[in-house]
Write a protein of this length. Structure first.
Length: 198
């Protein structure tokens, strides 16, 4: 693992979903992150896939950092023991801090919030605001409809062919982490904005 790749941020659901494979993917992420000596950054909740990934990482000895807004602290049952918890004022602050603390993003199954976080990370990469990879862990083919939508956006002229690869996919946690560690922005990504201008 690259010496500059130290923490991975996971975007995932605050519910477990209907398929056991989703929870197992979250557990595997926590275990493999710890096995590789990495830290895990996540949304701070103790419920759903968030809590499952955090618990697995903690049990395996990884550093786990949670970032959660005041308004969600009770609703998502902020994680207790072992997590370095940061409580912020807004969702915008949450996402910015999660990005600052991590060196890449893995997207597990989830709902509106998970998708919104992932798309913002992709947009920041497209604009050159950050140079960190985004990998969709395609458990049970969960992300195929979304990835096909990105292909359609490219086909219709709204996503440049050189920028479509920013949304990577992986079948396993190991593959996802390998792709993040090796990620370099494609040549078509220009630093249109600096982080302070976002």
């Amino acid at each position: 693992m690259s010496g500059s790749f130290k923490r991975v941020c996971v975007f995932c659901g605050s519910m477990p979903g209907v398929r056991p494979a989703y929870a197992e993917a979250a557990r595997e992420l926590g275990r493999v992150v710890a096995k590789r000596g990495l830290g895990l950054v996540y949304g701070g909740g103790a419920v759903g896939l968030m809590g499952i990934a955090a618990d697995a990482a903690l049990q395996a000895g990884a550093e786990v950092i949670g970032v959660i807004p005041h308004g969600l602290l009770k609703r998502e049952v902020g994680h207790g023991g072992g997590v370095e918890m940061h409580v912020v004022d807004t969702m915008h602050e949450r996402k910015a801090m999660m990005a600052d603390l991590s060196d890449g993003f893995i997207v597990l199954p989830g709902g509106f919030g998970t998708l919104e976080e992932a798309v913002e990370a992709l947009t920041w990469a497209q604009l050159g605001i950050q140079a960190k990879g985004v990998v969709f862990l395609d458990t049970e083919g969960f992300w195929q409809p979304f990835l096909k939508t990105l292909d359609f956006m490219q086909q219709e002229g709204f996503v440049r062919p050189g920028q479509r690869p920013l949304a990577m996919q992986a079948a396993t946690v190991e593959e996802a982490l390998d792709k993040l560690a090796a990620f370099r922005p494609p040549p078509e990504v220009l630093p249109w904005l600096r982080p302070h201008q976002a």
